[in-house]
Design a protein around this ligand. Structure first.
Ligand SMILES: [Zn+2]
Length: 309
């Protein structure tokens, strides 16, 4: 609630300000002294750092919590990372699991730090679960409390645009003297995202088979934007049992699945078993890759190749 209303306020105040600013100097809203003269912000995941750096260039330094190859769903900050948080003026959340428990600790050690929800305004969708028709729901017992909503909001061009806008608004408030510069960078980023979106739409436009299998269901928002359907191999965050794996083979045959997507930090043995069984290909895509634009482009090409087979 708190972070949401803060962003809403920023949105109301800062967007009109953006239009007026330029030379007009306002006192920074965040009182913490900058480190080595460059303000520092902390983000949860590498794709958010990409947005901050595309918008702010060298004017802001970025501390990233979850590193590529980490499992974002089980991640916890190290003491060194806590030190970085204590030097940050903004924490940009995205809604991944550890934030719920750790943001209160961040604001304990750094009460001056603003917490900004970089995913504010994004409608969260239900997490994919192909097994909900089964009576056996025991495997769902270990899921976190927010089970049901998909946290991978950043993996779609439309949502990337919203995240960029949320970050722009907060950065302009942090460094008002750079407003014009940030706005220009933001606009050229949006142009590139629109170009990517057009390219992906074209690549996926004429596919009859719009279904794909993925070890960990990170691509729900991408699927939503381009009318695709993902079938996860994981069941409620757990590896499937032998019986469930047999069910998945049946499902994949029905759906003519020819490619299975996997990502680092997750056990891919089951995906490979399935791929062997189906004579399908395993493709590695990391949802946490820093270069968000390039990564979505690569993902789209992989999807298009997979689905046109
Ligand atoms: Zn995930």
């Amino acid at each position: 609630m708190k972070t949401k209303s803060f962003t809403a306020l920023l949105r109301m105040v800062a967007i009109p300000l953006l239009l007026l600013l330029g030379a007009c100097q306002t006192a920074p809203a965040h009182n913490q002294p900058p480190v080595n003269g460059v303000p520092q912000v902390t983000v949860s995941i590498p794709p958010q750092a990409f947005f901050v750096e595309r918008i702010a260039g060298d004017a802001i330094s970025v501390n990233v919590m979850v590193q590529p190859g980490d499992n974002v769903h089980t991640y916890e900050p190290s003491p060194e990372q806590m030190k970085m948080v204590s030097n940050s003026q903004i924490f940009f959340s995205i809604g991944v699991e550890y934030e719920e428990n750790w943001i209160p600790r961040f604001t304990d050690i750094n009460p001056q730090m603003a917490v900004v929800d970089s995913a504010a305004g994004i409608q969260r969708i239900e997490a994919a679960d192909p097994h909900e028709h089964e009576e056996d729901v025991d495997s769902h017992d270990n899921e976190p409390a927010d089970h049901g909503l998909d946290p991978h909001v950043w993996l779609a061009p439309d949502h990337g645009k919203r995240i960029a806008e949320n970050i722009l608004v907060a950065l302009v408030e942090l460094v008002p003297s750079k407003a014009e510069h940030f706005q220009e960078n933001y606009e050229s980023l949006i142009t590139e995202i629109d170009e990517l979106d057009a390219k992906i739409s074209t690549a996926l436009a004429n596919l009859d088979n719009r279904r794909f299998m993925v070890y960990h269901p990170a691509w729900g928002y991408f699927a939503e934007q381009y009318q695709l359907t993902q079938f996860p191999i994981e069941i409620g965050g757990q590896e499937p049992s032998a019986r469930e794996l047999a069910e998945l083979v049946k499902l994949a045959r029905q759906e003519n699945i020819k490619v299975i997507f996997v990502q680092p930090a997750f056990n891919t043995a089951n995906a490979e078993t399935l791929a062997n069984e189906l004579d399908a290909e395993v493709v590695l895509i990391d949802p946490l890759d820093y270069d968000w634009l390039e990564n979505l482009n690569t993902a789209a090409e992989a999807f298009a190749n997979a689905l046109s087979q």
